[in-house]
Design a protein around this ligand. Structure first.
Ligand SMILES: C[S@@+](CC[C@H](N)C(=O)[O-])C[C@H]1O[C@@H](n2cnc3c(N)ncnc32)[C@H](O)[C@@H]1O
Length: 443
């Protein structure tokens, strides 16, 4: 397997001449690319076109780029030849120049999964030198129309105090009365019909235990937030010291059933929890299937959050086995302690994964299994090398960015661990995001 390409990438079309923004060009749209756009060419220049589908002929309006720049970004504003999978976006602000939250509202849900599969395959070809047949699986727990699945949504607040969503690559806030990909619980929390003062963001989280949604407000720096009355929600304010309770609870309760057993979790504030209601069970099952844990085995859960995979693995390895969980967010570790206190085979470490993997207490132990679920940037070469040094029988890697996963796959291969299966899940319908679970074993 080849080593990963580490080319420096320009995040923005460099200003190399007169501003081209607003220029309209007619293009034939090429393949989908990572990031929610397709690739087109205009007079030899690459143009990343949003709101389009491969094979379409569109008029695209340039949104970023200058005359001499290597590439432009653009929005398809008129469709001259439409693909058969083009649909009317269900959300009125999922349009060029408006909300940047959804990338694929103009695409039928099954085709969205096809586009994501093509992106995952392309990232593995480019960054891991691996040819893969990828299928992106639909996830139960929400409707098959791709709407009302998001159990956690962060809203921005505009100058008038209205909640909304940001434009694509923009600070502009588009005020909204609804967000059709968010659950009715999020929308029903009342934040979209309210006005806030001195507030930067309003996060709403709904749990699966049926309790009222939790609204976490972050004030503008150095100010005190003015809050509306939200009788149908718990409310907390994020301060430098932590979460300040205004009303109700400062946490959300989650229930997950995997292999016939129900687990309950407490997720403090707007702490990390998968946003699709079907995600915890589907990912939990995929991790168990990838690791095939046996009673008495010893597992390590890296980037463990509030302990979702820790609990499932603890069940599977039983009282004779062990699970060591490592998580950097101390509040998440406290939540895990509350949820998992009955499992004597679980040990929770608060701290950086990078440091834990160098700790003699861990490196001297027998480790049979590792699950890792890093943030978007991936684990990185040093973490991958340290995992391989533990010599586990199998590794399950849960990834929300296929590019980072493909890069880390190349690092695993260099350390003698080969990719032995990959599943991809549509946990974020209407957006370009896709979640993967990869299994690695010793070559
Ligand atoms: C994608 S979440 C996964 C959480 C958990 N596995 C789950 O499914 O709920 C990533 C977690 O890694 C934690 N994290 C990020 N960087 C870290 C690091 N360097 N060391 C330890 N934890 C880290 C974050 O706080 C977050 O809880």
């Amino acid at each position: 397997m080849t080593s990963p390409t580490r080319r420096r990438r320009t995040r923005q079309a460099a200003p190399a001449g007169p501003d081209a923004r607003g220029t309209e060009i007619e293009v034939e749209v090429g393949p989908v690319a990572h990031g929610g756009h397709c690739v087109a060419r205009h007079e030899g220049r690459v143009v990343f076109v949003r709101h389009a589908l491969p094979g379409e002929r569109v008029v695209a309006r340039v949104t970023e780029g200058a005359e001499g720049a290597r590439f432009w970004r653009a929005d398809a504003v008129r469709v001259l030849t439409a693909d058969a999978d083009r649909v009317e976006p269900p959300c009125p602000v999922a349009r060029p120049g408006l909300c940047g939250g959804c990338d694929f509202q103009h695409v039928a849900p099954a085709r969205q999964r096809g586009l994501k599969a093509a992106v995952v395959a392309e990232q593995f070809r480019r960054l891991a030198g691996t040819e893969l047949e990828v299928t992106v699986e639909e996830v139960p727990g929400a409707g098959s129309d791709g709407l009302r699945w998001r159990t956690r949504t962060q809203f921005a607040v505009d100058a008038e105090g209205r909640t909304g969503l940001r434009g694509h690559r923009s600070h502009q806030v588009v005020a909204v009365q609804d967000c059709p990909i968010s659950t009715t619980g999020v929308v029903g929390s009342g934040v979209l019909a309210s006005r806030f003062g001195n507030v930067e963001t309003v996060e709403v989280a709904t749990g699966s235990d049926g309790a009222a949604p939790l609204v976490v407000v972050t004030p503008e720096p150095g100010t005190h937030a003015h809050l509306p009355k939200l009788p149908d929600a718990s409310v907390a304010v994020r301060t430098a010291e932590g979460l300040h309770r205004v009303s109700g609870r400062t946490w959300v309760g989650e229930r997950v059933t995997v292999r016939g057993r129900e687990h309950t979790f407490r997720v403090g504030g707007a702490g990390f929890w998968q946003v699709h209601p079907g995600a915890p069970a589907v990912l939990g099952e995929a991790v168990l299937a990838a690791l095939e844990p046996r009673p008495g085995e010893h597992a390590v859960d890296l980037y463990s959050g509030v302990g979702l995979f820790t609990a499932l693995l603890a069940d599977a390895v039983g009282a004779e086995g062990s699970v060591l969980a490592v998580e950097g967010d101390e509040r998440a570790v406290r939540d895990a302690r509350k949820s998992l206190h009955e499992l004597a085979q679980v040990e929770l470490w608060a701290g950086a994964v990078e440091e834990a993997l160098q700790d003699g207490e861990l490196t001297a132990r027998r480790t049979d299994l590792v699950v890792l679920d890093p943030p978007r940037s991936g684990a990185g070469r040093a973490v991958v090398e340290a995992i391989a040094a533990l010599a586990p029988r199998a590794v399950a890697y849960v990834a929300c960015d296929p590019a980072a996963l493909a890069r880390d796959t190349a690092s695993f291969a260099e350390r003698g661990y080969v990719l032995d299966g990959l599943r991809a899940f549509d946990l974020f319908p209407m957006t370009h995001h896709v979640e993967c679970v990869a299994r690695f074993v010793r070559a």
